[in-house]
Ligand binder design. Structure first.
Ligand SMILES: C[S@@+](CC[C@H](N)C(=O)[O-])C[C@H]1O[C@@H](n2cnc3c(N)ncnc32)[C@H](O)[C@@H]1O
Length: 501
């Protein structure tokens, strides 16, 4: 019965051309931008006179505004208002259809190409006109898009999506996995995720309730993805604990648990990808603590810190995210609770970043890379997933070569790499030279004279050793010393995608 109604809903959404492009064109980019800032009035005005079914659907399910029952019935001719009530999309109140859920089109591009889904989630703060409840099920947010974009998209048998929420990561994973297990501690999240899978015709996701890895005890996966509830929240009376972002543990312990238990659930060669926060305590480097979580896991690990916020800014950001307005007593009380909690552990700032873990096939980890890349990313139209996969593969490839073999290998500069030179005015020789990567993390790599000359000659034909020999002659330095000097940089440039083997 429900599945029949979902099929009718799908037909209606399809016939209404309820797509991200249609919705954006209905109210235009400025109203869309206002909506992202939490202001729906410009969008409401733009669609007020629209007779298009997509306009009605966007009014109800994106702006969260009631419409007359017959207007909704017109926009959902197959499902009808009764069907929408049965699916708990709306309730009827005095001739008005009042939204109960957010339901919006989501367009994406990933490793398998372009696609689009309709995603149901709980109504947000803009629609509710008040702070969101603690059991709120999040829609597709910035962090969801970040993790989806990071996902390594090679075909695999099994993926675990831990903390599935509305199911967005599981849906992405289902595009490259034969079977996906999606878990959540929230029954409501699982219900919505199930609904979204059915609405989008995805049948390969199995949904399970439970905390962390409990629902998959004893099971291993080719991939684990998780946008876990990593937000550091004070524990105590009066502090809301939002299921969607707060795992109920103290400080960054939840992220530590997801990381340290991943090894038990990965197949050999399996990769886990997650987002996380970590605390900087008493001026210590947070990477020392994160490194401690990795110890004894036996996993390869690559951690990229993207951002660091001071403790006060972090508290402000997340209190506001729950829909609590600044300059209110509630905000001030929570702010105090957050700062007290941080003070108790000596937390001065909080890092946010991407975590990639891999269970080595040999059983022996070879990768432990913890780095800070706080700048803008490169251009990655289908997300960073391909770059992540290429980085892991390039690390393995260069590591498998001895220095002698690497010297007999021809390397080629990647197509997205350019060289920047900066000169003091009037000087002939550059004072600064950098390689710049157009894709991936948009890295820059500093060049000395020898390395610049070597990289410049990497055309895929000449062996590295021969290039070094020619450069050494040119610079009148010892050939062996020059090779030894550039080899570590060459390995790093291969791993990070500036050079390919
Ligand atoms: C930040 S949301 C991520 C939702 C979705 N995967 C995404 O990427 O948008 C975190 C999810 O983890 C769930 N969660 C909270 N505590 C959990 C726990 N202990 N074990 C498993 N899931 C949990 C929440 O209910 C929520 O759905």
């Amino acid at each position: 019965m429900t599945s029949d109604l979902i099929a009718l809903l799908r037909d209606d959404l399809f016939d209404a051309e309820y797509t991200a492009d249609t919705v954006e064109s209905l109210w235009g980019p400025d109203a869309a931008a206002a909506l992202r800032r939490g202001q729906r009035e410009p969008a409401r005005r733009a669609v007020a006179t629209s007779s298009a079914a997509a306009g009605t659907l966007a009014t109800v399910f994106v702006l969260g505004l009631p419409v007359p029952v017959d207007r909704l019935a017109h926009a959902l001719p197959a499902l009808g208002t009764d069907g929408a009530v049965t699916l708990e999309l709306v309730r009827v109140d005095g001739g008005l259809a009042v939204p109960l859920l957010d339901l919006r089109p989501h367009a994406f591009v990933d490793a398998r190409g372009a696609g689009s889904w309709w995603i149901a989630s709980d109504l947000g703060e803009v629609a509710l006109r008040r702070a969101i409840p603690e059991n709120h099920v999040l829609g597709v947010g910035g962090a969801s898009l970040t993790l989806a974009g990071l996902m390594v998209g090679e075909k695999v048998d099994t993926v675990l999506d831990l903390g599935t929420g509305c199911g967005i990561q599981a849906l992405h994973a289902a595009r490259h996995a034969k079977r996906v297990v999606a878990t959540d501690i929230s029954e409501r999240a699982l219900e919505l995720a199930r609904f979204n899978a059915a609405l989008n015709g995805v049948t390969t996701i199995e949904f399970r309730a439970g905390s962390l890895y409990e629902p998959v005890a004893g099971e291993r996966f080719d991939r684990i993805v998780s946008n876990p509830p990593f937000v550091i929240t004070p524990r105590g009376e009066g502090v809301p604990s939002y299921e969607y972002r707060d795992g109920g543990l103290v400080g960054d312990a939840l992220v530590a648990s997801v990381i340290s238990q991943a090894a038990e659930h990965l197949q050999p060669g399996g990769v886990a990808q997650l987002l996380g926060n970590w605390e900087y305590r008493d001026g210590d480097d947070a990477f020392d603590r994160v490194g401690g979580w990795l110890d004894h896991t036996g996993l390869d690990a690559w951690i990229v810190e993207r951002e660091v916020q001071d403790a006060a800014l972090y508290a402000e950001t997340w209190i506001r995210d729950g829909g609590i307005l600044p300059r209110t007593d509630e905000f001030d009380a929570l702010y105090a609770a957050w700062l007290d909690d941080f003070a108790e552990r000596g937390v001065t700032s909080i890092g946010f970043g991407y975590v990639t873990l891999r269970r080595p096939r040999t059983g022996v980890p070879t990768l432990r890379r913890l780095e800070r890349l706080n700048g803008g990313l490169g251009n990655n139209p289908a997300g960073l997933g391909a770059h992540v996969a290429a980085t892991l593969a390039a690390h393995d490839a260069q590591l498998s070569l001895t220095d002698a073999t690497l010297a007999t290998t021809a390397l080629v500069v990647a197509a997205d790499v350019t060289e920047e030179r900066h000169y003091w005015p009037g000087d002939e020789d550059p004072t600064v030279m950098d390689l710049r990567q157009g894709g991936g993390f948009g890295r820059t790599y500093p060049l000395g004279t020898a390395l610049a000359a070597v990289v410049g000659a990497c055309d895929g034909e000449l062996e590295l050793g021969a290039i070094c020999s020619a450069v050494a002659q040119l610079l009148e330095v010892d050939e062996g010393e020059l090779l030894a000097e550039v080899l570590p940089s060459v390995r790093e440039l291969v791993t990070t995608g500036f050079l390919s083997l």
